[in-house]
Design a protein around this ligand. Structure first.
Ligand SMILES: Cc1ncc(COP(=O)(O)O)c(C=O)c1O
Length: 374
């Protein structure tokens, strides 16, 4: 008798046959895959901030939910600091971007509401929308007319609250949302624009506040994840005060969950200060991204960010090319469906401030060989 569950073995076999099986692989080789765009996860200042917080405050874990004894000085200080940093009324620190997106839509969007979302939006937003009772409108990627038409349809159906959900920098394509137009559209239609800045925070904006920096954000909720360019963990929901107060009262994943460890909140605050102290990092990352695009994917248009997709098509082909690169000492991974659409398996190459031109040239040379061999 099997000690597993009916159907599990067959599904795993199917994934293997279709080259969609995933296994865990430890980091090895030059990092062209992580979201540590600024090199913050290994930055001595962040390490010191985390260690000092543990030593001075004496806590490794928060010990409870934020509404009970799990609310610490470091959380409060981070939220105050981030609200000022991102120039919003209030911020709320959550234990991850996935849970933050899920929380936003399951808490704020109900039966009489509508969520209009870009077809390439992150899985965490999709999960949140699906778990909510709101009406869903899927819109063609970055198609402002399609967004406008979905808003009109939602209004015609009598939607109470209308949310427009986008990423500012798309995680698997590296391209940018037309935020100014979307913001204007939301404003004109009394809709709330929910901007996931996961891959823009720390990297984009005149001072690293994200792609939305400088835009009027009165009709915005933005999400800044802290485990990518900020190098730590968690996510900050930035919103009008009333919305944050409502989440504190109503958001089940916030209320019924242990708070993130306080030393991580301290490290996130340090990371935000570092964004101001070391602006060269984001400038270098974006400069190198353009260089890398010319070397790695000269035939494709530049998506505009530090995420460079190389679309290869079939799952097994993408795996073979990635494998070849890994053998040569480059940590590049293949991304396959369902993370990306059918037939668009790809390498997702991420460029970091601490890469060198030589490393990128070496990757480009190996890539040519890998594609020829795979
Ligand atoms: C666009 C986007 N939003 C949210 C998340 C989730 O963030 P976290 O890794 O902090 O849970 C990710 C990470 O994969 C992401 O790419």
């Amino acid at each position: 008798m099997s000690n597993s569950l009916p159907g599990i073995g067959a599904e795993l076999a199917r994934l293997k046959e279709t080259s969609r099986e995933r296994t865990l692989t430890l980091p090895r080789g030059i990092d062209f895959t992580s979201n540590d765009y600024l090199g913050f996860s290994r930055h001595p200042a962040l390490r010191e901030a985390a260690v000092a917080a543990v030593q001075e405050q004496g806590f490794v874990g928060a010990g409870g939910s934020r509404l009970l004894r799990g609310h610490h000085d470091a959380h409060e200080q981070l939220e105050r600091f981030s609200a000022a940093f991102f120039r919003v009324e209030k911020a709320l620190y959550m234990g991850g971007g996935f849970v933050a997106n899920y929380t936003l839509f399951t808490t704020l969007a109900g039966r009489h509401d509508a969520v209009i979302f870009d077809e390439r939006i992150h899985a965490s937003v999709k999960e949140g929308i699906h778990a909510s009772a709101a009406e869903r409108y899927r819109v063609r990627h970055n198609d402002i007319e399609d967004f406008a038409s979905a808003i009109r349809r939602a209004r015609a159906q009598g939607a109470r609250r209308i949310f427009v959900a986008v990423e500012s920098v798309y995680s698997m394509d590296g391209d940018l949302a037309p935020l100014a137009e979307l913001s204007e559209l939301a404003h004109q239609n009394d809709a709330m624009l929910v901007v996931d800045e996961a891959h823009a925070t720390g990297v984009f904006g005149a001072t690293g506040r994200g792609l939305g920096e400088g835009l009027e954000q009165a009709h915005w909720i933005s999400l800044h994840t802290c485990g990518k360019a900020l190098g730590v963990f968690g996510a900050l929901i930035c919103a009008p005060a009333e919305i944050i107060d409502y989440l504190i009262n109503k958001a089940r994943p916030f209320i019924y969950s242990t708070a993130p460890p306080p030393h991580l909140a301290a490290a996130v605050e340090r990371a935000l200060r570092l964004v101001d102290e070391e602006p060269w990092r984001r400038q270098r990352a974006l400069e190198l991204a353009r260089f890398a695009h010319e070397k790695l994917t000269p035939d494709a248009p530049f998506a505009g960010s530090q995420i460079i997709p190389m679309i290869l098509g079939a799952e097994q082909h993408a795996l073979n090319v990635a494998n070849h690169l890994q053998q040569a000492g480059f940590d590049v991974r293949a991304v396959r469906p369902p993370t990306v659409p059918e037939g668009t398996s790809r390498l997702r190459i991420s460029i970091h401030a601490d890469h060198s031109e030589d490393e990128i040239n070496a990757l480009a040379a190996t890539l040519d060989k890998a594609r020829a061999a795979a």
